[in-house]
Design a protein around this ligand. Structure first.
Ligand code: FES
Ligand SMILES: [Fe+2]
Length: 272
């Protein structure tokens, strides 16, 4: 069992519905980054949130309106690093006045225990257990999705610290028989090979924003959408066409030969 949920007694004179507890294989740095990252909600947690409009954000937390189905909910998240805690408050919408307190205990440098307490006002005693369980089930799903993101981001950051290979080129034989996109590494970085309008395309397998995974995604009109925050990139120019200032990293060139492709960092030699 990955987590526990302890309900508070139905007759207790409190708004406390219960406590969700779970161990997470992530660092405090990744956890705070995730708590402050309001923009991932409708992308990584698409089954819970449809859209988010942020009105204010900073190192202190954020305020935003989220939509789920027909419901608009205004929420704020306040992070207190000293106390290793953040509080999420519902300012308007369903369950207005609800507060979710998340307390973090550091077990090891990359192992955390969290306790999430759910406080919801004006809930009849007969409904408290079922609502507490419903909150715990939602948090279970949200944390499953967040652990996948945080672990993958950490893995990519760790890889960036490893020594890079100095390989300058690579051959890909029979590319037309490969399932696309085809992933490969060159010089310690990961790339994808794809084809559009009969032309071979190479682009980085990692998003320049926070290293989100661009592999296993469809190319639509030469564009790919990062699953973590929804940035859209034109893989031919590298430009972010959804408005962010970031740009796909440099791309090696691809040259077609009779027996396959050569992907290379080498600059083309001018014919004399
Ligand atoms: S990691 Fe944020 S949009 Fe890709
Ligand atoms: Fe999340």
């Amino acid at each position: 069992m990955k987590y526990t949920f302890e309900p508070t007694g139905a007759n207790a004179q409190t708004n406390h519905l219960g406590s969700y507890r779970r161990r997470l294989p992530v660092s405090l740095e990744r956890m705070y980054e995730n708590a402050l990252d309001w923009a991932h909600l409708p992308h990584v947690h698409a089954s819970t949130f449809d859209t988010i409009t942020c009105t204010e954000s900073g190192a202190w937390g954020w305020r935003a309106t989220v939509t789920s189905g027909d419901e608009d909910t205004e929420i704020e998240l306040l992070l207190d690093r000293q106390a290793r805690r953040w509080i999420t408050r519902t300012k308007s919408g369903q369950n207005v006045g609800a507060e979710i307190w998340t307390q973090v205990f550091q077990v090891e440098s990359r192992v955390l225990d969290i306790t999430v307490d759910f406080f919801v006002p004006d809930i009849p005693a007969s409904d408290r257990l079922s609502l507490g369980k419903a909150y715990a089930a939602v948090y279970e799903r949200l944390y499953d999705e967040d652990v996948a993101l945080m672990s993958e981001r950490q893995r990519q950051l760790d890889r960036r610290l490893e020594g890079r290979s100095t390989d300058q080129s690579l051959s890909i034989e029979n590319p037309s028989r490969l399932p696309l996109p085809h992933a490969f590494s060159l010089g310690g970085r990961d790339y994808l090979l794809h084809q559009q309008d009969q032309a071979w395309l190479i682009y980085p397998a990692r998003c320049p924003h926070q290293l989100g995974p661009l592999d296993a995604l469809p190319l639509v009109d030469g564009q790919v959408t990062c699953p973590w925050h929804g940035y859209v990139f034109d893989v031919r120019s590298g430009r972010c066409v959804s408005g962010a200032t970031c740009h796909l990293g440099p791309m090696p060139t691809v040259t077609e030969h009779s027996d396959g492709l050569v992907v290379s960092w080498a600059l083309p030699v001018n014919p004399r």
